[in-house]
Ligand binder design. Structure first.
Ligand code: 4NP
Length: 159
């Protein structure tokens, strides 16, 4: 890999988990001074929320940890993303199955579960959309932890 890398976070709606991951990871990358080298985006496998901003509960939970995701806008995953991004990082096994279906036909970057980069022992970022406030805090905890591992992985490959 060159001295540049690109990362795409994928969930179902692109209004809760993946925009949160985009915002948290952007902050980690900025803290490492790598914002010119690492390109970050997010999207959803579904089309219901295209063009909408993040869920207010995600905006608030992220904002409480110093991460502003209020300007992000949802978009849908396309097969072209597999040709563009070096890392296609998904939140749960359903996202993985959905993106892998397209990867099998298209080729390109193989999708991976985001939490494989973490050490929490949890393998999926649970969908918080239909649950309570706790779910949004848990999403942030898991994303912050795995985000550090993902950044280390990228730094190792860029070295
Ligand atoms: P996300 O959460 O995949 O983390 O953005 C969801 C948002 C919306 C829906 C499902 C999950 N929905 O069914 O509309």
């Amino acid at each position: 890999m060159s001295k540049r890398a690109s990362v795409l976070f994928v969930c179902l709606g692109n209004i809760c988990r993946s925009p949160t991951a985009e915002g948290v990871f952007r902050k980690l990358v900025e803290q490492a001074g790598l914002q010119e080298q690492i390109h970050i985006d997010s999207c959803g496998t579904g089309n219901w929320h295209i063009g909408k901003g993040p869920d207010p509960r995600s905006r608030e939970a992220a904002g409480n940890r110093g991460v502003d995701i209020s300007t992000l806008k949802a978009r849908q995953f396309t097969e072209k993303d597999l040709n563009i991004f070096d890392y296609v990082v998904v939140m749960d096994r359903q996202n993985l199955a959905d993106v892998k279906d397209i990867w099998h036909q298209n080729g390109g970057t193989k999708p991976t579960l985001f939490l494989e980069y973490g050490h929490s022992g949890v393998t999926e970022v649970p969908d918080p959309y239909h649950g309570g406030e706790d779910g949004f805090e848990q999403v942030l905890d898991l994303i912050e932890e795995a985000g550090q591992g993902l950044l280390q992985n990228i730094q190792g490959r860029m070295a």
